[in-house]
Design a protein around this ligand. Structure first.
Ligand code: UT7
Length: 332
């Protein structure tokens, strides 16, 4: 019997309507469109507005689209993994909220937190449930309402992040397509450079933590940049070498969208031209767990069966990794 692989068979995505442009940010903090564009490549990002709206609301839209496109019902889902750093609640898991809202009554689910690499970690773990033969339909969601943890008076972080999310369906195949290889890495000593100071068990929420703005993203941008630019490029090259791939074999680089300069360095290291890089950072900024599934969603109509994709990310933790996958279907 040939090996069972996990293939992506459908994609969904969701972006909130409201556009927070660089021009609007210029009125909020001491910054400029020129600075933001030259340092990050971001022009605007989407923000989820509305009382009581959270990450699950964006995920529900993405998963429902994916189901519609595949022509299946929510009750057919076996497992839903929600990759996020902005869960609806501290507990229960946002995955449980999503499965309830979409009517996935036969699914179990859990959240996975690996900051900007979360979606790749989720795809790796989700694929194992398919490869083992235990489950037939696994949904991996990557979504974040970053605006819920961003300080809009801090010009070093508020210009980067946005809201949005996407989801993929994994199903078994015995063809030579699907997830071919994964390399996941982490180094917890990097946590000092990028984290949220309060709201966890070490420093529960209090009046003081709120006054000190400790529930917002804390990032030492330059330190994170240094690690990101080296490690995302290295791990992308490593997965190519391990699979005997040369740059001509790569159809698309699907990078986490944190900073255009990090993406350029990764593409250079891989020897891949800009025309083969999925890039939407200009329009959506860094949606953390949302960036990679949103790229797949936007580019789906340009992907063909057998295309070689390299998915790469670096983020808080530190966490980073690369996935090599062969796309499993032609445009519909
Ligand atoms: O996705 C998760 C992982 N995160 C990342 O990968 C992010 C990695 N880091 C970065 O992308 C970049 O470090 C940033 C975009 C966050 C910052 O860019 P940078 O080129 O590293 O800038 P910097 O922090 O070195 O700051 C340079 C200058 C500073 O002024 P001085 O000290 O030279 O006078 C900053 O105060 O730019 C200043 N600055 C700004 N100026 C205008 C910082 N933010 C802004 C701003 N507008 N928004």
């Amino acid at each position: 019997m040939s090996k069972i692989r996990a293939a992506i068979t459908s994609v969904g995505g969701y972006l909130p309507e409201y556009r927070l442009t660089n021009e609007i940010l210029e009125t909020m903090v001491d910054t400029s469109d020129e600075w933001i564009m030259s340092r990050t490549g971001i022009k605007e990002r989407r923000i989820l507005k509305g009382e009581g709206k959270g990450t699950s609301d964006m995920a529900v839209e993405a998963v429902n689209e994916l189901l519609r496109k595949r022509g299946i019902g929510a009750e057919e889902i076996d497992l839903l993994i929600c990759c996020t750093v902005t869960p609806d609640l501290v507990f229960p898991a946002t995955a449980n909220i999503i499965t309830d809202k979409i009517g996935a009554t036969n699914a179990f689910g859990y959240d996975l937190m690996a900051a900007c690499s979360g979606f790749l970690y989720g795809l790796t773990t989700g694929s194992k449930f398919i490869e083992s033969g235990q489950y037939k339909k696994v949904v991996v969601v990557g979504a974040d309402k970053m605006s819920s943890i961003i300080d809009y008076t801090d010009r070093t972080t508020c210009i980067i992040f946005g809201d949005g999310g996407g989801a993929v369906l994994l199903e078994p195949t015995e063809e030579e397509v699907g997830i071919m290889d994964c390399i996941m890495k982490s180094d917890g000593s990097g946590r000092v450079h990028l984290h949220q100071k309060a709201g966890g068990s070490v420093k529960p929420a209090s009046h003081e933590t709120v006054d000190n703005k400790e529930h917002y993203v804390y990032q030492e941008g330059q330190s994170v940049f240094k690690f990101a630019v080296t490690n995302m490029a290295e791990v992308s090259a490593e997965i190519m070498e391990r699979n005997n791939l040369v740059s001509e074999d790569i159809s698309w680089l699907v990078p986490h969208q944190a900073n255009k300069r990090i993406i350029d360095a990764t593409a250079n290291r891989m020897g891949v031209g800009e025309d083969k890089v999925m890039l939407n950072i200009e329009r959506y900024g860094n949606t953390t767990n949302g960036t990679i599934p949103l790229c797949l969603w936007e580019w789906e109509n340009q992907l063909h069966k057998g295309d070689n994709l390299i998915l790469s990310a670096f983020g808080g933790g530190f966490t980073w990794g690369s996935i090599y996958l062969k796309w499993a279907y032609d445009p519909k």
